[in-house]
Design a protein around this ligand. Structure first.
Ligand code: PLP
Length: 500
C-alpha cells in the first residue's frame, strides 16, 4: 500500500528549501541521478514510494535524514544492482538551486545606451558582419589620440603613483583644476572643494548617494545623459524630467522647469554642452536657471564634460560663475574635452555659498574617503592636460575634424526626406527626428534594431536618453568622414522604405 507520510515529508522538505519539482529534477541531472518528471510526481502524490537508493539521494539533496524522510513507510531496503550513483553517503545541499537576482534597488534604473541592440551588434560581429557604429562617444577608437606629451608624462610618473593618494586627489591635479575654475570664473573654489573621481560617472553616483534622501526630487533634463536619471533613482530619489525644446534649439523649457518644482525638489541638473542634443546654453538662459534655483533654494549640479568642444566661435559659460550666492557643484573631466576617456579621470568643484551645504559636504567627504581615492596615474596628468597647448582647439575650428564632421552629418541629414534636425553647437552628438507622418515610429528600439539588422548601422534611440516621444535618435559623429558617409548612405536607403 503506497504510503502518504513520505509524500507529505517530501513536500515539506521541498517547501522548506523553496524548491520546485523542476529544481529537484535539475539537481538530479547535475548529479548523474536518473529521476524522471512523472516519477517525482508519483512520489509527491503518494502513488509510489522510492527505493532505498533514491530515498537516500532525495534525503541528501534536501538536507534531511533518510529516516525522517521515509517516515513510517516501509521502504524497500534492497540496494540496486548499480550501486555507484546511489551511495548512501551524505551529499551537499543543492547549492545550484539557489537563484540570485539583481538587487531590487535596480528595478527602476535603466541605462540603455549600452542596451540589447549592442548585444545584437556584438553577435553580428561574431558572425563576421562589420557594424557601422555611431553609438558611443568614445574618442580613441576614431583616431582622436591623447597628446604625446600627456602620454609621456603619465609614463614618467607611473612609478610614483603606485600608492593611494589623498582621497580628494593629488595636490598638482587639484591645483590645476582650481586654476581652470578660476579661468572659468567659478567663484570661491579652494583646493579642499575639489574632488577627483574615476570619470564624471563615478562622481555623479558619489554625489547622488551623498545628497539624496528617499523621495527627494531632482530636476533632470529630457533628453538627458541617462546616467543622471539612473543615479538619482538608485540613490532613492525621483528624477523629474524637465523638457528641452527642439523648437528652441534644444534649450531647456524654463516654464516646464518651473512647473515641475515641488516642495520635494532639491536640485537642478543641467548638462551643458548637452549630450545628446549638442546644444550650448547661452548666458541668458543660464541666468534664468540660476534665478529659478535662487527662488526655490535649489542646488545647481552642472555637467560640463564637453566644455571645450564648442564650435562656431561660441563661448561656454559655466553656470556656477553666475551663481556666487548658491550652492553649486560643477562636474568636469578629461574624457571628452581632452579625449582621454579610458584613463578615467573626472572631478567636481564645489562653489558659491558653501555654508548652505555644510552637511552635504560632510557626506561627500565620507563617500570620497570610503572609496579611498581615484585612479592616481590618471590624476598625475591633469596638470599637463589642462595647461598649455590645447590640441582640442584644432578639432573645433571650421577646418577641424569635429567641426567638419558635424557639418557633413548635419547637411546629409537635412537632405534626407522626412528627417529634421537642429544643428549642434558643441560636443559630438546630433539628435535628429523622423517625421511621424511619414515613418510613424511607435517603437524606438524596434527602429534601432531594424536599422542594425538591415543596414548594419548602430545608433541609440531617443528612449535611451529618457526622451519619451518616439522617432528620435542620436548619432555620434566621431568616426572619420568615410565611415560617416557609408553609414549615412545606408541610413538614407533604409529610410526610403522603412515605415512602422
Ligand atoms: N556626462 C556626460 C554628459 C556624458 O556624456 C558622459 C559620457 O558620455 C559622462 C558624463 C561620463 O564621462 P566620464 O568618462 O568622465 O565618466
Amino acid at each position: 500500500m503506497p504510503d502518504a507520510t513520505f509524500a507529505t515529508r517530501l513536500k515539506e522538505a521541498m517547501g522548506e528549501k523553496g524548491l520546485k519539482q523542476v529544481d529537484l529534477l535539475r539537481y538530479a541531472e547535475d548529479h548523474g541521478q536518473k529521476l524522471g518528471k512523472s516519477q517525482l510526481s508519483q512520489y509527491l502524490s503518494g502513488k509510489t514510494t522510492p527505493r532505498r537508493y533514491m530515498l537516500a539521494f532525495l534525503a541528501s539533496a534536501l538536507g534531511v535524514t533518510v529516516e525522517w524522510l521515509s517516515g513510517d513507510a516501509e521502504i524497500e531496503l534492497a540496494q540496486p544492482a548499480t550501486a555507484t550513483a546511489q551511495s548512501n553517503e551524505p551529499r551537499e545541499v543543492p547549492m545550484a538551486l539557489r537563484k540570485f537576482d539583481k538587487s531590487s534597488k535596480l528595478n527602476n534604473v535603466s541605462y540603455d545606451v549600452r542596451g540589447p541592440a549592442l548585444d545584437e551588434a556584438m553577435r553580428m560581429e561574431e558572425d563576421g558582419i562589420h557594424i557601422l557604429k555611431l553609438n558611443i562617444g568614445n574618442p580613441a577608437p576614431f583616431g582622436f589620440r591623447t597628446p604625446d606629451e600627456v602620454v609621456q608624462d603619465m609614463a614618467s610618473q607611473l612609478i610614483d603613483t603606485e600608492g593611494y593618494s589623498d582621497s580628494k586627489g593629488l595636490f598638482s591635479a587639484r591645483k590645476a583644476i582650481m586654476q581652470y575654475d578660476q579661468l572659468k570664473g567659478i567663484p570661491n573654489v579652494q583646493m579642499s572643494d575639489i574632488y577627483t573621481g574615476n570619470g564624471v560617472s563615478d562622481l555623479i553616483n558619489l554625489v547622488m548617494q551623498a545628497m539624496i534622501e528617499t523621495g527627494d526630487e531632482i530636476l533632470v533634463p529630457s533628453p538627458d545623459y541617462p546616467l543622471w536619471t539612473a543615479c538619482v533613482t538608485l540613490a532613492g530619489g525621483k528624477a523629474v524630467h524637465y523638457l528641452c525644446d527642439e523648437q528652441a534649439e534644444w534649450l531647456p523649457d524654463l516654464d516646464d522647469m518651473r512647473s515641475k518644482i515641488t516642495s520635494n525638489t532639491k536640485a537642478i541638473v543641467i548638462i551643458n554642452p548637452n549630450n545628446p542634443t549638442g546644444a550650448l546654453y547661452p548666458r541668458e538662459i543660464l541666468e534664468e536657471i540660476v534665478e529659478i534655483a535662487r527662488q526655490h533654494q535649489l542646488i545647481i549640479l552642472s555637467d560640463e564634460i564637453y566644455d571645450r568642444l564648442v564650435m562656431d566661435d561660441l563661448e561656454h559659460v559655466s553656470i556656477a560663475s553666475l551663481a556666487p550666492d548658491l550652492f553649486c557643484i560643477t562636474f568636469n573631466g578629461l574624457s571628452k574635452s581632452h579625449m582621454i576617456a579610458g584613463w578615467r579621470i573626472g572631478w567636481i568643484s564645489i562653489s558659491g555659498n558653501k555654508r548652505l551645504g555644510k552637511g552635504l559636504i560632510e557626506g561627500i567627504n565620507m563617500m570620497s574617503n570610503m572609496r579611498l581615492c581615484s585612479n592616481v596615474p590618471a590624476q598625475s596628468i591633469v596638470q599637463t592636460a589642462l595647461g598649455g597647448y590645447q590640441s582640442v582647439k584644432t578639432y573645433v575650428v571650421p577646418t577641424g575634424r569635429v567641426c567638419k564632421q558635424r557639418d557633413y552629418v548635419y547637411e546629409r541629414l537635412c537632405a534626407m526626406d522626412g528627417v529634421s534636425v537642429v544643428k549642434p553647437k558643441a560636443a559630438f552628438y546630433i539628435f535628429p527626428k523622423l517625421d511621424p507622418k511619414k515613418f510613424n515610429i511607435q517603437d524606438d528600439e524596434q527602429f534601432q534594431l531594424d536599422l542594425l539588422q538591415d543596414k548594419r548601422v548602430l545608433i541609440v534611440p531617443g528612449k535611451g536618453f529618457n526622451w519619451e516621444t518616439p522617432g528620435y535618435f542620436r548619432i555620434v559623429y566621431l568616426p572619420r568622414r568615410a565611415v560617416l558617409g557609408e553609414a549615412l548612405d545606408q541610413m538614407e536607403e533604409f529610410l526610403e522604405y522603412y515605415r512602422q
